[in-house]
Design a binder for this molecule. Structure first.
Ligand code: HEM
Length: 391
């Protein structure tokens, strides 16, 4: 019998470690063991590394169910659309879809995002220097989500603190669980208010929506809210940070993007492929099945490694090269299939707005000379810091 390996043996760290280069390991796995069984604290996890196999896992919900998310992220979120399949998933997802639609991104959302982004830049614009990660990228997507949910403006900073603790669940589980509880305590009176006096925010919509003739219970509403925080904030800040780092590290590209802002769309897609902010998504096998050359028993956790699929040489030419001119339409940075990211249009709008505002408002934006920036992480990846100067 072949012995399973461990994350430590493969990567020299765990899923949550500040791993600098997972890509050489992914490359070896794609070539030698494209589907590999790994022992983890939560049991055996089958890592899937090739583009075609990752796409199969995400497309085939009959064999690879999203119910596996209940065992990981669901432990703090509660039951959310991330762990639902089939019709139940479609019915619940359609409640929030209008808030993140292309129409909303063209009409109600741009002024909200522009205002939040500029308010944050106002705080450091006169100082000539800032670390864009803690002072900007980390904060603005959280503020946008608070606004969409309908958190009153006076509560934004308290809400932000709880939300930050919630998304620190990966580094500090005790703090994360405590924050999930505090967030529920904070949100309950707001839920009661919106039940009686609905507004046009997402929370009111969740409270008054019906799924098969039934309104959602408090726990279901809370689950949605707890999901949207990390889904909407912990991801977009990473995409924005990596886009900025790529520009700050490449004067020629920075010059071209300054001149022609339409290139920001290509930049965003190439970053989603080349340094996918979300590197993996989980599924659970519903039956004994096979993938690549491996037999996987029923009820096993499968990790579809988006970050590896997006660097697969059989799908993308010279995949380690960052090239905004390449054809990368088929990247899996926002996932694939039924659970394709519900907030992809918002993430694009936020990132584009942030880059445009920084380039417009901070002349000669450049990295500090000894910046020491690294893109780190395994499950999620982004720059650890972005210390910059400007005139
Ligand atoms: C760069 C930013 C983002 C990235 C890279 C990203 C990535 C992803 C990925 C890979 C999935 C698929 C999960 C799976 O298949 O299990 C997903 C799902 C989801 N994302 Fe995003 N996301 C981003 C931004 C956002 C934003 C701004 C929102 C809005 C609040 C959002 C809301 C969601 C939701 C609700 C789901 C679950 C969809 C479902 O289960 O049907 N995401 N995201």
């Amino acid at each position: 019998m072949v012995e399973n390996t461990t994350m430590e043996k493969l990567f020299g760290g765990t899923m949550m470690s500040p791993i600098v280069d997972p890509y050489s390991v992914y490359g070896r796995l794609r070539k030698e063991v494209p589907v590999i069984a790994v022992d983890t604290m939560l049991g055996v996890n089958y890592l899937v590394t090739r583009y075609d196999d990752v796409a199969t896992v995400l497309r085939d919900a009959e064999r690879f169910s999203s119910r596996g998310n209940a065992r990981g992220i669901g432990m703090v979120m509660g039951r959310t659309i991330l762990e639902m399949d089939g019709k139940e998933h479609i019915r619940h997802r359609s409640i929030i879809a209008p808030f993140f639609s292309p129409l909303a991104m063209r009409s109600s959302m741009p002024p909200v995002v522009v205002e939040i982004v500029n308010e944050l830049i106002d705080k450091f614009a006169a100082g000539g220097a800032a670390d864009l990660v803690p002072e900007f990228t980390f904060i603005f997507p959280m503020r946008v989500i608070a606004e969409i949910i309908g958190v009153p403006i006076d509560d934004h900073s308290a809400f932000h603190r709880m939300a930050l603790d919630l998304i620190s669940i990966t580094e500090d589980p005790a703090k994360g669980f405590e924050a999930a509880e505090s967030l529920s305590i904070y949100l309950k009176p707001l839920i009661e208010r919106r039940r009686v006096e609905p507004g046009d925010d997402l929370l009111s919509k969740l409270l008054h929506a019906e799924v098969e003739g039934h309104k959602l219970g408090d726990e279901e509403v809370l689950g949605f809210l707890r999901l949207l925080l990390p889904a909407g904030a912990d991801t977009t800040y990473r995409l924005t940070g990596t886009c900025l780092w790529v520009l700050l590290d490449n004067a020629d590209l920075m010059g071209r993007v300054r001149e022609d802002r339409s290139l920001i769309d290509d930049l965003i897609d190439e970053v989603l492929r080349w340094e996918s902010p979300v590197q993996l998504v989980s599924r659970e096998t519903t039956c004994d099945t096979h993938l690549g050359e491996l037999e996987i028993p029923a009820d096993q956790i499968v990790s579809a490694l988006i970050g590896s699929a997006n660097r697969d040489e059989s799908h993308f030419d010279d995949p380690d090269l960052f090239d905004i001119e390449r054809n990368n339409e088929s990247h899996l940075g926002f996932g694939f299939g039924q659970h394709f990211c519900a907030g992809s249009h918002l993430a694009r709008l936020e990132t584009k707005t942030a880059i445009n505002a920084l380039l417009d408002r901070l002349p000669k934006l450049r990295l500090e000379s000894d910046a020491g920036v690294q893109i780190v992480g395994m499950a999620f990846r982004s720059p650890n810091r972005l210390p910059v100067r400007f005139d």
